[in-house]
Design a protein around this ligand. Sequence first.
Ligand SMILES: NC(=O)C1=CN([C@@H]2O[C@H](COP(=O)(O)OP(=O)(O)OC[C@H]3O[C@@H](n4cnc5c(N)ncnc54)[C@H](O)[C@@H]3O)[C@@H](O)[C@H]2O)[C@H](O)CC1
Ligand SMILES: [K+]
Length: 517
Amino acid sequence: MYIAGQKEMQQMDHYTINNLGLPGSVLMENAGAKVVDEIKHESPKQSKILVLAGSGNNGGDGFVVARRLFDLGYDVLLCLMVNPDRIKGDAKIHFDVYVNRKLPLLYFSETSIDTLTYKIKQADVIVDAILGTGLHGPVRKPLNEVISSVNECADDKMIVAVDIPSGVSGDTGKVEGEAIKAKKTITFVCPKKGFFLNQGPEYIGDWKAVDISVPISNAEKLELDLPSVITKELVKDSIPARPANGHKGTFGHVLVIGGSSSFIGAPIFTAKAALHSGAGLVTLAIPESIYPIVASQNPESLLMPLPDDHGYINQSAIDRLSNQLETFDTIAIGPGMGRIPNGEQWMASFIRKLDNQQLVVDADALFLLRHHLDNMGNLKGNVVLTPHPGEMARLLNTNVQEVEESRLDIAATFAPKYNLYLLLKGHRSIISTPENEIWINPYGHDALSKGGSGDVLTGLVASLLAQESKPQNALIAATYLHAKAGETQAEKWSRHGVTPWELITGIKEEINRISGD
Ligand SMILES: NC(=O)C1=CN([C@@H]2O[C@H](COP(=O)(O)OP(=O)(O)OC[C@H]3O[C@@H](n4cnc5c(N)ncnc54)[C@H](O)[C@@H]3O)[C@@H](O)[C@H]2O)[C@H](O)CC1
Ligand SMILES: [K+]
């Protein structure tokens, strides 16, 4: 499913009207009808419904919503937030119909904020059709006061946003002033970029994209390069097939390089996640000084103790590794590795030894590789980087805030520039490819915000790659499975109580669920 910004939505909308010949007022009627379909399923007939409508086409959708709810027998009141002479075009058509039918209407210009607040308090359902994708800048007075009044009374009410909560930017998800905190957002054609960026996720509630007869194929006709949102169906198609007659060689051999005396668990989580998600074999290469502990925890993996200095893998480990590299399909490097002494040099020598192995780079390996990014795209095997925002900031020599504010743009530029695959982790993880394809993961849970959870994800990505998933498919499936495992394990163990062990269990339960659906 595509994701679009404000301009792209307008382009698709205009294409439908001007090139396909479907009038805007029909699209508006469809939009309003679809919102009503959602409301009527969730609201009993005796519900009091207040529709707040602005001057633009979002308000126009609101007029249709109010009329249709009235016709279904709801106790509905439309409040027009602006002077009626500002209503133009398609919205005017539907406003006139509403007025001609003498349906219940309150003009905000003729009342006070106190009266409106009283109406807001009385309502069971509030429909937010104040501002849509036409928002520019912070919401101005007095609309901002109305929005804060709605939010203050929101606890026991159903707040339904039409297309996007008023005040949230469809492009960036930024909220510069006030914005409606929706419980549900019914969005037209496809979700908006802002749903997944900056503050957007805190405002949209549950979202659903509905068809209003703007064909999504318009995006191709207009040659729009749109990102996609990860869906369950896409994940189902991205999980590697598992031939019944396969053997351990069929399902790939993952090498995990990591660990140091201070970080013993990280490579163990990576190796276990790889094995528990279907890799045929996993070898764990760790400093020899932590070997006994790792071995006792990890009987299911093969082990490769590497020469070390003071608990860090040392330079001569390269020779030990390079003798055996051809055995492995995919290498995950970094978890728990630490900033090994002369690490940049170590990493440069290591990269030179690679042949066609695929490489997943995480944690401190990202730091140690940050000056070798130009060489990564020339490797024969696929390269996947899995930074969290802090690691991404270091790769770009900037700060976390800047990364968080421009996640989508950063992902879109970085992967093609260095000819590699990027998984930019975070509240809504973003995947980008050398060909500039982009997917956003709409799932996630605070249960995942814990040490070790990234190590699990790295193992999962490496495992799917070793099982011959294309890199983008491996990343799509891994981010979804990891996030869903966080959600389902939090239901079982509380959002506080999920550790990497439960995540690994959750991932295989999720694979089972999605494969069986
Ligand atoms: N996507 C589609 O195919 C369809 C979308 N529809 C709906 O149309 C809106 C977008 O409509 P548009 O007229 O472009 O803009 P808005 O209604 O969001 O707002 C314009 C209106 O708001 C005023 N305004 C802008 N910024 C501010 C601000 N910061 N403070 C106060 N007021 C502001 C501006 O002056 C205008 O008057 C889309 O979201 C859908 O809901 C169609 O109905 C169907 C097809
Ligand atoms: K809205």
